[in-house]
Design a protein around this ligand. Structure first.
Ligand code: FE
Ligand code: FE
Length: 135
């Protein structure tokens, strides 16, 4: 069973970013499946790397649009992205160092930050971008 699912509560009303959030959730679920399925460290590490890479690309895309559109909360939002990336890189390093006990903790952390970041921080840019004609 999937660890998390996209639903309309997670919609930010900007199509590109809804699509990217769905992909992010898909990668968290892939990681969950790989860990639960007892896949090897290399396979799990590969999914984790895809997730980290995609997260960074997604954050960069949001930041570029916020900056271009003069979003007032740009700096705070970017700061939150930076914190999240540092946290997830810490987990990745710990995973690579062989701390397998981290698995469930990592999954819960990923699920919670994806959901709470989208709901509490990303959703705030929706109305702003909408006023700029971006949907
Ligand atoms: Fe986002
Ligand atoms: Fe964001």
């Amino acid at each position: 069973m999937a660890l998390m699912a996209w639903n309309s509560n997670l919609s930010v009303n900007v199509q590109q970013f809804d699509t990217e959030h769905k992909k992010l959730i898909d990668l968290v679920n892939q990681l969950h499946d790989a860990m639960k399925g007892g896949r090897g460290k290399d396979a799990i590490g590969g999914v984790l790397k895809s997730l980290v890479d995609y997260t960074q690309r997604h954050f960069a895309a949001e930041e570029a649009l916020m900056k271009m559109q003069g979003y007032p909360d740009f700096e705070a939002h970017k700061k939150e992205h930076n914190t999240l990336v540092l946290q997830v890189l810490d987990f990745k390093k710990a995973f690579e160092a062989g701390k397998a006990v981290l698995s469930q903790e990592l999954l819960n952390f990923l699920r919670d930050w994806v959901a709470s970041h989208i709901q509490s921080v990303d959703r705030k840019y929706g109305p702003y971008f909408n006023t700029k004609g971006i949907h």
